[in-house]
Design a protein around this ligand. Structure first.
Ligand SMILES: *Cc1c(COP(=O)(O)O)cnc(C)c1O
Length: 482
């Protein structure tokens, strides 16, 4: 009990005169003291602070380094949105409060945020209603495809397949399979988009829907989406939009306007909320009118007297998809981000995301093969095929970049491109940072010609040097630093 310095009943006397003696250290009243020592590790505050500060520095972070991980959109999170998330009226709100009698009265601000965010996302995507509940993009996919299944069941449709392009993120086919559909993979054509001829061959009345990412993971925008939608709707299939790449077309193209029926948005990729290391994320799902009755419960509603409430009374709902109301503080950050930027700011996001990726693609083109040689969207896919002919593979270039203090881009995804290096600078990086990255990539190419064996012992700057990846997978040891 040594460290306790609080005022106790006995000790209060010591405080009586602020200009007098320094008060004596006070004790808790003896009746409140425990009989036995508490079996907790004895560490000082300083030791705890050092422990966590050191732990935080073992992480590679966006606050410290460039992080051009393609598809993941590791962009800077403005500190302003962090300060909004820390407003005590939000951060100290108990999640069970709305369940109590009169509890909604005390949560009107939070419910208003959820309601307004629903309206904003409808406007941004062209959908009719959203659920804020899903906790990540993949969770949004599950929610969306469950609603797709509910739609077909309600109509008595016999559906068996979901079509997914071969460039899709692995979560798309995994989601479709989890909901019980069989997957038909559609190859990409020479331009890097879904092959229309093969799509037509595979479409039938047994197709529940198509899952598309736009722009896709080749960084290519498919200009034929409205035609795809027409074909899919003709067999009463639904169009699912994987919105992980929405930052490329933000405030310019609305998936709801080009024929999509269900969309998920990764708030943590598009609207500047922190992610990485497993979370937290947020994957709101929006639907067209024909599907709103299947949305998960609860749903936030605005009543005639302008107050907000939670409604659970939707008999056709797919039910609960997450406990409580989703990752509220992430939704709140994204809400603050949208209001802070406004329409002009959101357009600047897509402008700069696309401009930055094209700058990198253009400058690296003399050194690396470009997978789809055309103007790209928010990310570009290069290939290390030239370097591989010297024995230097995409993974080796990734290790080289680590030594330069750069998080490697995504490698070996998309699976459709050999030796792929997928670079997404995001809109928040400066030209200077991108130039340093480009310089490092050019050096890697030069070294691949001069001394290819050198790559095999990289990286040199990390606590763990090049791991034996096969052994690491077979003999997984998670307590390395202990
Ligand atoms: C990131 C991503 C997902 C999955 O989103 P999570 O939030 O990581 O679950 C799905 N599709 C694409 C194209 C992605 O980039």
């Amino acid at each position: 009990m040594e460290l306790i310095f609080e005022k106790s009943v006995e000790g209060r006397q010591g405080y009586r005169n602020p200009c007098g003696d320094i008060p004596t250290r006070t004790q808790l009243p003896s009746g409140l003291l425990r009989k036995n020592e508490c079996d907790l590790p004895e560490v000082s505050e300083l030791e705890v602070v050092r422990h966590y500060t050191n732990l935080s520095q073992l992480n590679f972070s966006l606050d410290t380094h460039f992080y051009p991980l393609g598809s993941c959109t590791m962009k800077y999170n403005p500190k302003f949105t962090e300060s909004v998330a820390q407003i005590p009226g939000f951060s100290e709100l108990h999640p069970l409060l709305p369940q109590l009698r009169n509890g909604e009265k005390f949560t009107q601000g939070a419910l208003e945020v959820l309601y307004n965010m629903d309206c904003l996302l409808c406007e941004i995507t062209g959908m009719d209603a959203f659920t804020m509940q899903p906790l990540a993009g993949a969770h949004g996919e599950l929610t969306g495809v469950m609603m797709m299944a509910a739609y077909h069941n309600a109509k008595g449709n016999k559906k068996k397949y979901i079509l997914v392009p071969d460039s899709a993120h692995g979560t798309n086919p995994a989601t479709a399979a989890t909901v019980g559909y069989e997957i038909i993979s559609i190859p990409s054509d020479a331009h890097g988009v879904m092959d229309m001829g093969i799509l037509k061959q595979k479409l039938s009345h047994e197709v529940a829907g198509v899952m598309l990412t736009s722009p896709n993971t080749h960084g290519v925008f498919n200009p034929q989406i409205d035609q795809v939608a027409e074909l899919v709707h003709a067999v009463d299939g639904l169009m699912y939009y994987d919105g992980a790449n929405l930052n490329a077309v933000l405030a310019r193209c609305r998936p709801g306007d080009v024929g999509f029926d269900i969309v998920h948005i990764n708030l943590h990729k598009t609207f500047g909320t922190p992610h990485g290391g497993g979370g937290p994320g947020s994957g709101p799902v929006g639907v067209k009118e024909s599907l709103t009755r299947f949305l998960p419960i609860s749903r936030v509603e605005k009543k005639a007297d302008d107050t907000y409430s939670l409604n659970y009374d939707y008999p056709d709902s797919i039910g609960y998809i997450a406990s409580l109301y989703g990752n509220f503080s992430i939704i709140l950050r994204a809400y603050a981000y949208i209001l802070m930027l406004g329409k002009e700011g959101l357009m600047a996001v897509s402008d700069h995301a696309v401009l930055n990726a094209n700058y990198i693609q253009k400058r690296l083109k003399p050194y690396y093969k470009v997978a789809y040689d055309r103007i790209c969207m928010h990310e570009c896919v290069l290939s290390a095929e030239n370097q591989a002919s010297q024995g230097v593979h995409a993974v080796d270039i990734a290790k080289f970049l680590i030594d330069k203090g750069i998080h490697p881009p995504t490698v070996y995804f998309p699976l459709t491109v050999k030796e792929s290096i997928m670079i997404e600078p995001t809109e928040t990086e400066s030209k200077r940072t991108m130039d340093l990255f480009i310089q490092a990539m050019i050096e890697a190419d030069a070294l691949s010609k001069k001394d290819p064996d050198r790559f095999k012992v990289l990286p040199q700057t990390t606590p763990v040097t090049r791991p034996d990846e096969v052994r690491a997978a077979r003999e997984l040891k998670t307590n390395y630093f202990q």
